[in-house]
Ligand binder design. Structure first.
Ligand code: PLP
Length: 399
């Protein structure tokens, strides 16, 4: 009989969004006339930009003509897109070889798939709270996870603890759910800690396009030494509204290595290439053309307008927190606002309270780790009118 991977039994029930959906649908059944505003889910709402859609149409037409039809493409992504991504990194002052760039169907897949390259016997450092995929994918592989605490005291930006040895380090900046963003000095410390420990940093920059403060880094490779110890994951999901279109990219510099039990140095770029060629057949041509259009001048302008639209909503939410004197992070370099639950409630109690009294849906912090138990996430992905109305109702809770 096939033996099951019992590591799956160690996974915590992933009930966050299903429980949210269940509570909202019960509420709507009981209150059919009340208007519910959703500031919970981290999905975009604006449509794709005009330049992107035109590129998609043109690529679809190419696929319909014998002379321009394309079958299987390169597993690593087409050269035209890898070149555009390398060009984008130049804006941050980062030079990458095109064969260090791997086009993917999104950051979720690759942050999970990268675990294929590492032995089970690694200690993995994961911030709490954070995007739950890192914990679940390592749990599926049976790895030892050590949590580093993000708390109000460290502004939800945990720093290395030199008494702990780690082999693999996850960093998500700007962070989901807290919206907190590491500065250069802080990332420099992480890079030197990784080098001291011979560790690899897995840096998730899915929200880099929301970084507005010019002194903050968009990429870990803005930090000297990072090209020797870090893999970076990015995505067009939030940058350009690709959550349903699916395209991201992973950077595996040629200098990043990992060791075998008999002391041989393995080149992660080569090994990731091997892994992708075995398990992945590339992103659709039409999608890659659309993705390349994001990096054109017109496409970037549209993407920046989308971000600016969401950031106006973030401002409305952050201003409300300021006005009410509620502790919060995010909302400046991130579409997420993470705040301490008022009235001494825990995050699920506040979820119910906000839904019942204000008809507003958010996300309980408990879903992102134990340090989120008394915190709550709102997102900037609704429209301005709904966001303003939601904040008016939010303020009324305090009257
Ligand atoms: N990384 C983080 C931190 C995220 O919050 C998300 C999505 O919400 C992802 C990755 C997934 O991105 P993608 O849509 O590219 O799979």
């Amino acid at each position: 009989m096939a033996k099951f991977n019992e590591n799956f039994l160690e996974l915590k029930e992933s009930y966050l969004f299903s429980e949210v959906a269940k509570r909202v649908s019960t509420f709507k059944e009981n209150n059919p006339d009340r208007d519910v505003i959703r500031l919970g889910i981290g999905d975009v709402t604006l449509p794709l930009g005009k330049t992107v859609v035109e590129a998609m149409h043109a690529a679809a037409d190419e696929m319909g003509r014998a002379e321009t039809f394309r079958g299987y493409g390169p597993e690593q992504g087409y050269d035209f897109l890898r070149k555009s991504i390398a060009g984008h990194y130049k804006i941050f002052g980062v030079e990458l070889d095109e064969d260090e760039i791997f086009v993917s169907d999104g950051a979720k897949s690759d942050t999970g798939n990268i675990t294929d390259l590492f032995s089970r016997d690694n200690t993995v450092l994961i911030p709490d709270p954070v995007y739950p995929v890192y914990v679940d994918t390592n749990t599926m592989n049976g790895r030892n996870i050590v949590y580093i605490n993000g708390t109000a005291e460290n502004d939800f930006l945990p720093m290395p603890d030199r008494s702990i040895h780690a082999d693999i380090i996850y960093i998500c900046s700007p962070n989901n759910p807290t919206g907190a963003c590491y500065n250069r000095d802080q990332l420099r410390e992480w890079v030197s800690y990784a080098i001291e420990n011979d560790a690899v940093i897995l840096f998730d920059s899915a929200y880099e396009s929301f970084v507005s403060n010019e002194s903050l880094p968009h990429s870990i490779y803005e930090i000297e030494g990072a090209q020797k110890c870090a893999v970076e994951f990015c995505s067009l999901s939030k940058t350009a509204g690709f959550t349903g279109t699916r395209c991201g990219y992973t950077i595996v510099p040629k200098a990043v290595t990992s060791t075998t039990s008999d002391g041989r140095e393995m080149n992660l770029n080569k090994m990731w290439n091997r892994r992708q060629c075995t398990k992945f057949n590339g992103v659709p041509y039409v999608v890659q053309r659309a993705a390349a259009a994001v990096f054109s001048d017109a496409g970037m302008k549209e993407a920046r307008e989308m971000t600016a639209h969401y950031m106006k909503n973030a401002r409305i939410i952050a201003d409300t927190m300021e006005e009410l004197g509620i502790r919060y992070t995010g909302g400046i370099n991130s579409p997420y606002i993470w705040f301490e639950c008022p009235f001494g409630m825990d995050s699920w109690q506040f979820f119910d309270h906000l839904l019942e009294k204000a008809c507003v849906v958010g996300t309980p912090g408990a879903g992102f780790g134990k340090n989120g138990n008394n915190w709550f996430r709102l997102t900037a992905f609704n429209n301005a009118e709904n966001t303003s109305e939601a904040m008016k109702r939010f303020k009324a809770l305090f009257k």
